[in-house]
Design a protein around this ligand. Structure first.
Ligand SMILES: CC(=O)N[C@H]1[C@@H](OP(=O)(O)OP(=O)(O)OC[C@H]2O[C@@H](n3ccc(=O)[nH]c3=O)[C@H](O)[C@@H]2O)O[C@H](CO)[C@@H](O)[C@@H]1O
Ligand SMILES: C=C(OP(=O)(O)O)C(=O)O
Length: 422
């Protein structure tokens, strides 16, 4: 497995193009299953997760064509040959469960393996299954697979989620577009990726209202047609690269960045003493002060501070002046990066869902292990600021979510290289 070697100490200067969002593309791709006509996604990110979703869709009978080096994806699901999403593919990626709603809605049945994904908590799929049941599906769990049936088709319903789930909102939204009658999703997720999905579905002929708020109303239609849709900017990749000049010093413009995608995160960076300017091309981020100020951060569903930026923010706060407290409220086991950062000299105490970080003058390079996607990149950020060399081992997860990370950071002056096959 590949490793990334980072030699710390260089301030970063330059610009970084931000790709389309992994988490939007992974929910937009299964939308192809709802229509016989092709859908085309532009601004797709070039990531292993996207290839995995492509392979999953192909296994169901979708024709997937990739153009412009993977930035444009055309998917055509004129017939669904196979209604079983197999364990071998599904185990690689949690978002695979998003084929359940569209298959049920279009074909009246689906068999989907229970999914894998980043090991950041138990991550059950009960809310997805309850939503399908509320829409009239019969669900059985057998041999590690979800067996779902709706022989007479899905029927619109009011579904009130007990708490916000991005994936369950997406699955229900996808399924409800072809259900008979009206569906109302209450306590729905409001993430930009949900808005992007709703906009693509509307372009395909769906009738959706209220996306971006916590109540989404979907009036089911008989069929959806093809569409071309640009994938929204990846706000998590954006936030990650905004943290690079914050941690090393310097100034970087993140091309395509918009404050409204990350308002809560930008407020926290500002509080820590980092300057952010919205330009015509994106977000310009500059470290003006010698010291980073300690801050407290609590993760929350959108529009709150994203859990997917908690690890990267922790890397920054390891070198802040004073003590910061990070509270993780979305996933029960998302501090796996803390012991690895401690190997680099960070002072972090984890107690349940709270991490107390006391800033140190300078981190020191060390061999570390990437345990999940955002943990991997937090170790790279820490390595950029550390004295000496940091070898981030096992970067399989990194490649799921960050395209050409060495090139993007290297172009801004970072000393970073990939070591293949270690
Ligand atoms: C591919 C994708 O888009 N992944 C994102 C998505 O994950 P994902 O859609 O899996 O996250 P959810 O919003 O569903 O999870 C939120 C919380 O709800 C719990 N839960 C969820 C579903 C369910 O049926 N039962 C249940 O208990 C989860 O364990 C978690 O504690 O949103 C997360 C929260 O912003 C992000 O960290 C992930 O990067
Ligand atoms: C947790 C993530 O991905 P997944 O939901 O696919 O595990 C992530 O993108 O940070």
């Amino acid at each position: 497995m590949d490793s990334i070697l980072v030699t710390g100490g260089n301030a970063l200067h330059g610009e970084i193009p931000i790709a389309g969002a992994k988490n939007a593309c992974l929910t937009l791709m299964p939308a192809t299953l709802l229509s016989e006509e092709p859908i085309t996604l532009t601004n797709a990110p070039r990531l292993s997760d996207i290839k995995t979703m492509g392979a999953l869709l192909e296994s169901l009978g979708t024709e997937v064509t990739s153009m412009q080096d993977g930035k444009v994806l055309t998917m055509s699901s004129h017939s669904l040959d196979n209604l079983t999403a197999d364990y071998d593919i599904v185990r690689k990626m949690r978002a695979s469960i998003l084929v359940l709603g569209p298959m049920l809605a279009r074909a009246g049945q689906a068999v989907v393996s229970l999914p894998g994904g980043c090991a950041i908590g138990a991550r059950p799929v009960d809310l997805h299954l309850k939503a399908m049941e509320a829409l009239g599906a019969q669900i059985e769990l057998r041999d590690g697979y979800v067996h779902a049936k709706a022989p007479k088709g899905l029927k619109g319903a009011t579904i009130e989620f007990p708490f916000v789930s991005v994936g369950a909102t997406e699955n229900a939204l996808l399924a409800a577009t072809l259900a008979k009658g009206t569906t109302v999703l209450k306590q729905a997720a409001r993430e930009p990726e949900i808005v992007d999905l709703a906009e693509c579905l509307i372009a395909m002929g769906a009738q959706i209202d209220g996306h971006g708020t916590s109540t989404i109303t979907i009036a089911g239609v008989d069929r959806l047609h093809g569409a071309t849709h640009p994938v929204v900017t990846d706000r998590i990749e954006l936030g990650t690269y905004m943290l690079a000049p914050a941690i090393t010093g310097g100034e970087v413009e993140c091309l395509g960045g918009k404050i409204e995608l990350l308002a809560a995160f930008c407020e926290k960076l500002d509080e820590a003493g980092i300057s952010i300017e919205q330009t015509q091309r994106g977000l310009k981020v500059k470290r003006t002060n010698a010291d980073i100020k300690a801050i407290n951060v609590t993760t929350e569903p959108f529009p709150g501070f994203p859990t997917d930026l908690q690890a990267q923010m922790m890397a920054l706060l390891c070198t802040a002046k004073g003590t910061s407290v990070l509270e993780e409220k979305i996933f029960e086991n998302r501090f796996m990066h803390a012991p690895e950062l401690s190997r680099m000299g960070a002072q972090i105490e984890v107690n349940g869902g709270m991490a107390t970080v006391t800033g140190v003058e300078r981190l020191k390079g060390a061999p570390v292990m990437a345990t999940d996607l955002r943990a991997s990149v937090s170790l790279i950020l820490a390595g950029l600021a550390a004295e000496g060399e940091t070898l981030v081992n096992r970067v399989y997860h990194l490649d799921r979510g960050y395209e050409r990370v060495e090139e993007k950071l290297g172009n801004c002056g970072a000393k970073i290289e990939r070591i293949t096959g270690q």
